[in-house]
Ligand binder design. Structure first.
Ligand SMILES: [Mg+2]
Length: 118
């Protein structure tokens, strides 16, 4: 069991992912933008972060850069859409470990998380 921080401005997606992760035995905390992601990361110290890219207040790329600067061991998986390849590449260079393209299958999400946890 791990603690996962789910960051996405779309509430329906957070609900869906949270359901998926809790039924697999994980603890979940949520954030709806990059600013809240950084404060949740600091206070909750999650094992893995699922990070959306396009969000209000602060986007996921900026949040990844800040989190990875503060914690080079951060385990972040980007949640991306088609057409965001260059942003994903930038996120990987900045320290993100993996990415998942929306719409995604539960197995792909759980597989990516388990790969980072092992
Ligand atoms: Mg979004």
């Amino acid at each position: 069991m791990a603690k996962i921080l789910v960051v996405d401005d779309a509430e329906f997606l957070r609900v869906r992912i949270t359901k998926m992760l809790t039924s697999d035995g994980h603890n979940v905390v949520e954030a709806d933008n990059g600013v809240n992601a950084i404060s949740q990361y600091t206070s909750e110290t999650p094992d893995v972060v699922l990070m959306d890219i396009t969000m209000p207040e602060m986007d996921g790329l900026t949040a990844v850069k800040e989190i990875c600067t503060k914690d080079p061991q951060a385990q972040i998986i980007m949640l991306t859409a088609l057409g965001q390849e260059s942003i994903v590449l930038d996120a990987i260079k900045s320290g993100a470990k993996d990415f998942i393209v929306k719409p995604f299958e539960p197995d792909r999400v759980l597989g990516a998380i388990n790969k980072l946890l092992n």
